[in-house]
Design a protein around this ligand. Structure first.
Ligand code: IMP
Ligand code: MG
Length: 183
Protein backbone atom coordinates (compact mmCIF):
# COMPACT_ATOMS: atom_id res chain seq x y z
CA UNK A 1 0.00 0.00 0.00
CA UNK A 2 1.20 3.52 -0.84
CA UNK A 3 1.99 5.29 2.44
CA UNK A 4 2.72 9.03 2.00
CA UNK A 5 4.28 9.21 5.47
CA UNK A 6 7.22 7.06 4.35
CA UNK A 7 8.97 9.02 1.62
CA UNK A 8 11.96 7.06 0.37
CA UNK A 9 10.24 3.71 0.83
CA UNK A 10 8.48 4.22 -2.52
CA UNK A 11 11.57 4.92 -4.61
CA UNK A 12 13.32 2.14 -6.53
CA UNK A 13 16.22 4.33 -7.65
CA UNK A 14 17.53 7.87 -7.54
CA UNK A 15 17.94 9.07 -11.14
CA UNK A 16 19.25 12.61 -10.61
CA UNK A 17 20.79 13.81 -7.35
CA UNK A 18 20.33 17.36 -6.01
CA UNK A 19 23.79 18.59 -7.09
CA UNK A 20 23.29 17.41 -10.67
CA UNK A 21 19.91 19.15 -10.77
CA UNK A 22 21.49 22.43 -9.63
CA UNK A 23 24.41 22.16 -12.08
CA UNK A 24 22.07 21.58 -15.00
CA UNK A 25 19.87 24.51 -13.95
CA UNK A 26 22.92 26.79 -13.78
CA UNK A 27 23.72 25.82 -17.40
CA UNK A 28 20.14 26.34 -18.55
CA UNK A 29 20.02 29.73 -16.80
CA UNK A 30 23.23 30.83 -18.50
CA UNK A 31 21.91 29.73 -21.91
CA UNK A 32 18.60 31.54 -21.41
CA UNK A 33 20.42 34.67 -20.19
CA UNK A 34 22.49 34.69 -23.41
CA UNK A 35 19.49 34.04 -25.68
CA UNK A 36 17.33 36.82 -24.26
CA UNK A 37 19.93 39.61 -24.05
CA UNK A 38 18.24 43.01 -24.33
CA UNK A 39 14.77 41.50 -23.88
CA UNK A 40 12.44 41.43 -20.95
CA UNK A 41 11.03 38.06 -20.01
CA UNK A 42 7.80 36.78 -18.53
CA UNK A 43 8.58 33.47 -16.86
CA UNK A 44 5.41 31.37 -16.67
CA UNK A 45 5.57 28.64 -14.05
CA UNK A 46 3.17 25.78 -14.64
CA UNK A 47 1.86 24.72 -11.24
CA UNK A 48 2.20 22.67 -9.34
CA UNK A 49 4.99 20.50 -10.72
CA UNK A 50 7.34 23.27 -11.87
CA UNK A 51 7.36 25.30 -8.64
CA UNK A 52 10.80 24.22 -7.39
CA UNK A 53 12.37 24.15 -10.84
CA UNK A 54 11.10 27.66 -11.59
CA UNK A 55 12.32 29.05 -8.27
CA UNK A 56 15.85 27.80 -8.93
CA UNK A 57 15.85 28.57 -12.66
CA UNK A 58 14.67 32.19 -12.36
CA UNK A 59 17.54 32.91 -9.95
CA UNK A 60 19.95 31.69 -12.63
CA UNK A 61 18.52 33.97 -15.32
CA UNK A 62 20.32 37.29 -15.06
CA UNK A 63 17.80 39.45 -16.87
CA UNK A 64 14.84 41.67 -16.01
CA UNK A 65 11.93 39.29 -15.65
CA UNK A 66 8.40 39.03 -14.41
CA UNK A 67 7.04 35.84 -12.93
CA UNK A 68 3.54 34.54 -13.42
CA UNK A 69 1.75 31.29 -12.63
CA UNK A 70 -0.71 29.04 -14.36
CA UNK A 71 -2.20 25.88 -12.92
CA UNK A 72 -3.55 23.14 -15.15
CA UNK A 73 -4.72 19.64 -14.49
CA UNK A 74 -4.86 16.81 -16.96
CA UNK A 75 -4.16 13.69 -15.03
CA UNK A 76 -6.36 12.99 -12.06
CA UNK A 77 -4.60 10.31 -10.07
CA UNK A 78 -3.57 8.25 -13.06
CA UNK A 79 0.03 8.15 -14.27
CA UNK A 80 -1.01 8.75 -17.91
CA UNK A 81 -2.36 11.96 -19.43
CA UNK A 82 -6.11 12.02 -19.97
CA UNK A 83 -5.63 14.46 -22.85
CA UNK A 84 -8.21 16.73 -21.27
CA UNK A 85 -6.59 19.84 -19.85
CA UNK A 86 -8.38 22.15 -17.47
CA UNK A 87 -7.13 25.60 -16.42
CA UNK A 88 -7.37 25.75 -12.63
CA UNK A 89 -5.60 29.12 -12.36
CA UNK A 90 -4.91 31.57 -15.17
CA UNK A 91 -2.10 34.13 -15.55
CA UNK A 92 -2.59 37.34 -13.60
CA UNK A 93 -1.27 39.71 -16.31
CA UNK A 94 -1.52 40.14 -20.06
CA UNK A 95 1.28 38.59 -22.12
CA UNK A 96 0.54 40.60 -25.27
CA UNK A 97 3.84 41.59 -26.98
CA UNK A 98 5.85 39.90 -24.21
CA UNK A 99 8.62 37.33 -24.49
CA UNK A 100 7.15 34.34 -22.68
CA UNK A 101 9.16 31.46 -21.27
CA UNK A 102 6.95 28.57 -20.18
CA UNK A 103 8.55 26.49 -17.43
CA UNK A 104 7.12 22.99 -17.01
CA UNK A 105 8.19 19.97 -14.97
CA UNK A 106 7.95 17.24 -17.59
CA UNK A 107 6.69 16.35 -21.07
CA UNK A 108 5.25 12.90 -21.50
CA UNK A 109 2.56 12.73 -24.21
CA UNK A 110 2.96 16.45 -24.98
CA UNK A 111 -0.80 17.00 -24.70
CA UNK A 112 -0.62 19.34 -21.70
CA UNK A 113 2.06 21.65 -23.10
CA UNK A 114 0.66 21.78 -26.62
CA UNK A 115 -2.68 22.86 -25.15
CA UNK A 116 -1.02 25.55 -23.01
CA UNK A 117 0.99 26.87 -25.97
CA UNK A 118 -2.14 27.03 -28.10
CA UNK A 119 -4.14 29.10 -25.62
CA UNK A 120 -1.22 31.41 -24.81
CA UNK A 121 -0.46 31.99 -28.53
CA UNK A 122 -4.02 33.32 -28.92
CA UNK A 123 -3.06 36.13 -26.52
CA UNK A 124 -0.51 37.48 -29.03
CA UNK A 125 2.78 37.38 -27.15
CA UNK A 126 5.96 38.52 -28.96
CA UNK A 127 7.09 34.89 -28.74
CA UNK A 128 6.83 31.76 -26.63
CA UNK A 129 9.64 29.41 -25.70
CA UNK A 130 9.50 26.28 -23.58
CA UNK A 131 11.82 25.11 -20.84
CA UNK A 132 11.21 21.68 -19.30
CA UNK A 133 13.03 20.00 -16.46
CA UNK A 134 12.47 16.51 -17.95
CA UNK A 135 11.46 15.14 -21.31
CA UNK A 136 10.26 11.58 -21.90
CA UNK A 137 10.29 11.62 -25.73
CA UNK A 138 9.38 7.96 -26.21
CA UNK A 139 5.73 8.58 -25.33
CA UNK A 140 5.17 11.75 -27.39
CA UNK A 141 1.74 11.97 -29.06
CA UNK A 142 1.60 15.68 -29.81
CA UNK A 143 4.73 17.44 -31.10
CA UNK A 144 5.93 20.31 -28.93
CA UNK A 145 9.07 22.32 -29.71
CA UNK A 146 11.19 22.19 -26.57
CA UNK A 147 13.72 25.04 -26.51
CA UNK A 148 15.45 24.15 -23.25
CA UNK A 149 15.49 20.71 -21.64
CA UNK A 150 17.10 19.74 -18.35
CA UNK A 151 17.13 15.95 -18.64
CA UNK A 152 16.01 13.42 -21.24
CA UNK A 153 14.47 10.38 -19.50
CA UNK A 154 13.33 6.87 -20.35
CA UNK A 155 9.62 6.10 -20.11
CA UNK A 156 9.53 5.69 -16.33
CA UNK A 157 7.30 7.44 -13.83
CA UNK A 158 9.48 9.85 -11.87
CA UNK A 159 8.88 11.89 -8.73
CA UNK A 160 10.60 14.45 -6.57
CA UNK A 161 11.86 18.00 -7.02
CA UNK A 162 8.28 19.11 -7.75
CA UNK A 163 7.08 16.02 -9.59
CA UNK A 164 4.30 14.13 -7.82
CA UNK A 165 2.70 10.76 -7.49
CA UNK A 166 -0.98 11.21 -6.50
CA UNK A 167 -0.06 14.66 -5.16
CA UNK A 168 2.73 13.35 -2.92
CA UNK A 169 6.53 13.13 -3.07
CA UNK A 170 7.04 16.61 -4.60
CA UNK A 171 9.32 17.50 -1.68
CA UNK A 172 11.96 14.85 -2.36
CA UNK A 173 15.22 16.74 -3.07
CA UNK A 174 16.19 14.37 -5.92
CA UNK A 175 14.41 12.94 -8.98
CA UNK A 176 13.68 9.25 -8.53
CA UNK A 177 11.64 6.38 -9.92
CA UNK A 178 8.54 5.11 -8.11
CA UNK A 179 8.52 1.39 -7.38
CA UNK A 180 6.27 -0.53 -9.79
CA UNK A 181 4.19 -2.01 -7.00
CA UNK A 182 2.73 1.41 -6.11
CA UNK A 183 1.77 2.50 -9.61
P1 IMP B 1 1.63 15.09 -20.83
O1 IMP B 1 0.40 15.89 -21.06
O2 IMP B 1 1.40 13.61 -21.05
O3 IMP B 1 2.84 15.59 -21.60
O4 IMP B 1 1.96 15.14 -19.30
C1 IMP B 1 2.45 16.25 -18.70
C2 IMP B 1 2.03 16.32 -17.26
O5 IMP B 1 1.87 15.03 -16.68
C3 IMP B 1 3.12 16.99 -16.47
O6 IMP B 1 2.79 18.34 -16.26
C4 IMP B 1 3.16 16.21 -15.19
O7 IMP B 1 2.37 16.87 -14.21
C5 IMP B 1 2.56 14.87 -15.48
N1 IMP B 1 3.58 13.81 -15.64
C6 IMP B 1 3.96 13.18 -16.77
N2 IMP B 1 4.92 12.26 -16.53
C7 IMP B 1 5.16 12.32 -15.21
C8 IMP B 1 6.08 11.63 -14.35
O8 IMP B 1 6.88 10.76 -14.74
N3 IMP B 1 6.03 11.97 -13.04
C9 IMP B 1 5.19 12.92 -12.54
N4 IMP B 1 4.33 13.60 -13.32
C10 IMP B 1 4.31 13.30 -14.64
MG1 MG C 1 1.55 16.61 -12.20
Amino acid sequence: MFDPTKLDKHISKVLIDPDSIQQRIADLGAEITRDYQGKELVVVCILKGAFLFTSDLCRNIELPQKLDFMAVSSYGDSTRSSGIVKIDKDLSESIQDKHVLIVEDIIDSGLTLSYIVKILMDRQPADIKICVLCNKPSNLQQFVKVDYCGFKLEDEFVVGYGLDFRGYLRNLPYIGVVKDQYR
